[in-house]
Design a binder for this molecule. Sequence first.
Ligand SMILES: O=C(O)CCC(=O)C(=O)O
Length: 327
Amino acid sequence: MFTLNFQNISTSQIVNELKSKGYFVFEQALTEQYVEELLLDIDFNHILVNNNDVGVVIAYNQKFLTHCLVSSKKAYDIITCQKVLDICNEYFSDSYKLTNHRIYQTSKISHMPWHTDNNRQAGKQLVSKHNMPGLLFLFYLSDVTKNPFQYLKDSHKWSHKYSHEIYLSDRFIDNNYKQDILTFMMKKGSLILCDIHGVHRAEPFQDNRYTRTTLLFQVDQVGNDNAGHGEKNIVNTEYIDNPTQEVMDYLGFGFKREYPAFPCTSVATMTPEDILKIQKQLLPLTLQALAKSLATFLLPGKVKINAKRLLWHLKSSRSKISKLFRK
Ligand SMILES: O=C(O)CCC(=O)C(=O)O
């Protein structure tokens, strides 16, 4: 999973940098092969429509696989790996939990506001800023030459002064903190880790041919007083090959979660282009559904059941015959 160079960095060094600077970055922390294999777990062209599984949804120019702990073992292994837990153990002074996680692809255009991630929610609304310590983990899953993560140097020390604001305007940052903007253009596999109280964003961009893919997850020190804080973590039990108490606590087994999965999507959050694209995928399925419902309307239930029995017998005798020939 991790490159040798990253494996050689000690947890203490990472945590010391986080505590002093508010962030830690490492170019190519994941191997290229690991990233390639992880991306095979996700089909960003297959969007959920009446599909009884977790999968990809669209929010404007971003596609999200929020529940990646269900459909990517490779993502599960990163999010729950010992290195991440070691960093959290050394960084936090009380119990901590995975608060949210997602893999997302940003295409064509984006204008994210400057913000911090110490948010408390009521339903899907961000209602206030909290004081819990927290860490944001961000892995680039594509080479990032546009739309990079940006962080305001030392902002984790002063952001509390603006805790009455949901976002900080571009103009305010340009006028007051332009010289403090750190920009992280890095290769796929790179890691950015930062204090959730630091002011950050993805730099705005516009380019019809550009796409950035990212794995992001946040861990907050919820302690004992913050039941309900966080999104639900839906986990594929097949992946839990390390059910230690530490992992179970981190994933929040038995811990209440009140925030909906981010982002909240519906057909209304799709672009007209994506709506059109999905119509093309839906057309043959719609014809299939119409044919089925016509057949249901015309044929009595008894006839349908007998036809299914006949088909089953035909198939099973065919497979018996082919088994005999194989012997
Ligand atoms: O994608 C990025 O670079 C930043 C993401 C971010 O700040 C967020 O989702 O809160």
